[in-house]
Design a protein around this ligand. Structure first.
Ligand code: 3HC
Ligand code: NAI
Length: 685
């Protein structure tokens, strides 16, 4: 049965789509739409058409699962042109998300009405594409060039109210959408000529008077777009809308769309779209496991992580009890939360009222017993097993039955922590990333005894606080930090052999990472995990710490920093490296960029393979989600495992083997990696 059905309401033909879950514009929908427009055209009784969707949303875009397969006719550009060419007025009635191809259907309709909660956007850029069904040509004509650039190059949607203000929506509907859309269609049924988006010109004129607009936009967003192909293509397509007639503009759009579609970035970003959604699915749980109810959250420790973790819940309207050991630490923690919210408010992203509301949900206290009514308690105290065990032992006597007890530990054994309680089934790792109020990743660490409903609750809660959760098993560093270890080890070793921090970091930035390992160390703190004994100097890092070079916070680390925190290569660090080179009798040599890639990135892939081998990640794509959301791996390379597949696993194995002697005696080559390379298999496909 076709997902498109039609019914008459007086002289209005209602064309309804029912294609769950998101009314994606798959082949049957496209075909149904064209048939419905033909029907409206042929039926003399019909004076106007309303296109509306059932379920949660208006068309949320093209069907991404059809990408990469031979396209079945009619293609979307034909469908939208057919809608616009209809001789009777077509009204798009929008609720939920009119995204991508969905917005293009709406733009081709002669009128658009929407409920206030609707969102309108062209997120194609997030899939490495551009709107390919006339969107880059119609959107600037309807919403204005500036708005179109902003929406299409960022991929971020706008709300219905903003859409109304910029002319993208003709009317906001309070109440029943279908009923009001039909009434609207009645009002416009005799109005001629029909307003066709492709024929409008008035909003393009302002842009023609300001030819510098596009370069200004490129410059203003250069940092955000670095490495990505699609945003530049979007700009070019919209430029064509301004500079060329519509018919030429759509041809440019098509050509640019096809170029992007055949590139590796689009493949990587589309892969990642599904990887992110797969990550929330946990294998092997009893069906219909129900989550526990979480109404109040407790956070222990108001330091760097405790404060950020608390903010996630406060922002989602969930009350937080935050416990500390000492009043000054508690005051500092609560003060930082307030300062962060106020900074957001000063940028206009939050109102003073919202700051008040969030802070009103926070109860800072020194009284541990105040945690007794919390449904979830997250520990974020010092990274020390004895301290953690003491805290969990105490929690065991205070927390109510059924409360979830979570640790934010970066490396420690969740099973050992769980064993310090009488309820290991309620214990789970919730590993947030710094800054915890901003970074999207949450590693959910599944202990040997963690109950299924605890896991389900954690995954669901992650969605509530807008995080992307990935399940990890108990191993040192879980998924993300464990993969950092070979990278750090090799990066330090490369310094001794002749690379500089600047060279290693440059290779990373050129690869598309926000920063390299040494820039990251300076930002996070060179002293993290340092033993704090200035007389015990065993490596370069010990020496830097002893020299008070703890990173940006001290104005010096692997780099020197000026008063504006601008880095420059450090002669003092070069001397320290030289000193260790002599001490360890390492000969300095020229290091190629390729060697840096092989020794630090290929070894990360190898570690990912070892994680899969050990069953510490459910699937290779989960590892990619961790790296994109936790460490800024460029999404247009899909993540380390997808990237390895793209490079070719035999090439990765060959590169590692070439370096094997230099990788040191502790390096272990993954059998899974070697096996897959030999069998011509991939990790992610
Ligand atoms: N095609 C195929 N499947 C899609 C899809 C699409 N466009 N959008 C969502 N889905 C699937 C998801 O994979 C998921 O499947 P699953 O249940 O099997 O995991 C299911 O629909 C529900 O999706 P979400 O879990 O994301 O549900 P939410 O309610 O959280 O979000 C949404 C809904 C906001 C619509 C979100 O899914 C979304 O942003 N989708 C992508 C929209 C998009 O990128 N559209 C542009 C497509 S490209 C295009 O239109 C090209 C054109 O210009 C030619
Ligand atoms: P921090 O030192 O900034 O904060 C720890 C806070 O816990 C301090 O304010 C301290 O007073 C308090 N505290 C210590 N013992 C306590 C107790 N018994 N009861 C109540 N409060 C107590 O440390 P940070 O960086 O916030 O780290 C906390 C945890 O989060 C550690 O396990 C760490 O490994 C983990 N983590 C840290 C990340 C980071 O980037 N800083 C990232 C992810 C996890």
């Amino acid at each position: 049965m076709s997902p498109i059905s039609t019914r008459r309401h007086d002289d209005v033909l209602i064309v309804a789509s029912n294609n769950p879950p998101v009314n994606a514009l798959g082949h049957a929908v496209r075909e149904g739409l064209v048939q419905a427009i033909d029907q409206a055209e042929a039926d003399e009784q019909v004076k106007a058409v309303v296109i509306i969707c059932e379920g949660n949303t208006f068309f949320a875009g093209a069907d991404i699962t059809e990408f990469g397969k031979p396209m079945q006719m009619p293609m979307l550009p034909i469908v939208v042109d057919r809608i616009e060419a209809c001789s009777k007025p077509v009204v798009a009635a929008i609720h939920g998300t009119a995204f991508g191809g969905g917005l293009e259907v709406a733009l081709a309709s002669h009128y658009r009405v929407a409920v206030p909660s609707a969102k309108l956007g062209v997120p194609e850029v997030k899939l490495g594409l551009l709107p390919g069904a006339g969107g880059t040509q119609r959107l600037p004509r309807v919403a204005g060039v500036g708005k179109a650039l902003e929406m299409a190059a960022s991929g971020n949607p706008i709300g219905a109210k903003e859409a109304y203000e910029c002319g993208l929506v003709d009317k906001l509907i309070e109440g029943d959408l279908e009923q009001h859309a039909v009434a609207f269609a009645h009002e416009v049924k005799d109005s001629r000529p029909l307003p066709k988006s492709s024929e409008r010109d008035e909003k393009l004129r302002e842009a023609r008077d300001n030819p510098g607009l596009f370069d200004e936009f490129r410059q203003a967003n250069a940092k955000k777009f670095r490495g990505f192909d699609a945003p530049e293509y979007v700009v070019r397509a919209i430029e064509a809308a301004v500079k060329a007639p519509y018919a030429e503009g759509v041809m440019t759009e098509r050509q640019l769309f096809m170029e992007l579609m055949s590139g590796t970035q689009a493949r990587a970003q589309q892969y990642f779209f599904f990887a992110e959604r797969k990550a929330s699915k946990i294998e092997g749980l009893p069906e219909n496991t129900q989550p526990r109810d979480i109404r109040r959250v407790g956070v222990i420790g108001a330091g760097t992580m405790g404060g950020g973790i608390s903010m996630n819940f406060l922002s989602a309207g969930i009350p937080v009890t935050m416990v500390e050991m000492a009043q000054d630490a508690l005051d500092r923690g609560a003060g930082t939360i307030r300062k962060n919210y106020e900074a957001t408010a000063s940028k206009g992203k939050m109102s003073a009222d919202q700051v008040g509301q969030a802070m009103g949900l926070l109860t800072p206290t020194l009284d541990f017993n105040a945690l007794s009514d919390c449904d979830l308690i997250i520990e974020a105290v010092f990274e020390n097993m004895d301290v953690k065990k003491e805290v969990f032992g105490r929690l065991d006597t205070i927390a109510k039955p059924g409360a979830i007890l979570a640790s934010n530990t970066s490396y420690l054994d969740i099973d050992e922590i769980a064993a310090s309680t009488s309820r290991p089934q309620d214990v789970v790792g919730l590993h947030f990333f710094s800054p915890a109020n901003i970074m999207k990743l949450l590693e959910v660490v599944r202990g040997a005894k963690t109950a299924p409903d605890v896991l389900v609750t954690a995954m669901q809660l992650a969605k509530r606080i807008r995080k992307v959760a990935v399940v990890a098993g108990v191993c040192y560093g879980f998924i993300g930090n464990r993969m950092l270890i070979p990278r750090q080890t090799q990066a330090m070793r490369l310094l001794l052999e002749g690379a500089t921090p600047e060279q290693v970091d440059r290779v990373y930035v050129e690869f598309g990472m926000p920063m390299g390992p040494f820039q990251m160390a300076d930002l996070a703190g060179v002293d993290i995990g340092w033993h704090r004994d200035t007389n015990r100097i065993e490596n370069i890092r010990d020496k830097l710490c002893a020299m008070d070079r703890w990173g940006q916070k001290k104005g010096a680390g692997f780099y020197d920093y000026d008063e504006k925190r601008r880095p420059s290569p450090s002669p003092a660090v070069a001397e320290v490296i030289e000193e260790f080179r002599r001490r360890e009798n390492v000969e300095k040599r020229e290091i190629s960029d390729q060697e840096i890639v092989e020794r630090t990135l290929y070894t990360m892939v190898n570690e990912g393979a070892l994680i899969l081998e050990g069953g510490f990640a459910q699937r290779a794509s989960d590892i990619d989600v961790v790296w994109v959301y936790g460490y800024g791996w460029p999404v247009y390379r899909g993540g380390p495992m997808f990237w390895a597949d793209t490079e070719g696993l035999p090439k990765i194995v060959e590169g590692i083997r070439r370096q094997q002697e230099r990788l040191g005696p502790d390096f272990k080559l993954s059998e899974l990696l070697v096996g897959k390379a030999g069998a011509g298999e991939k990790f992610t496909r």
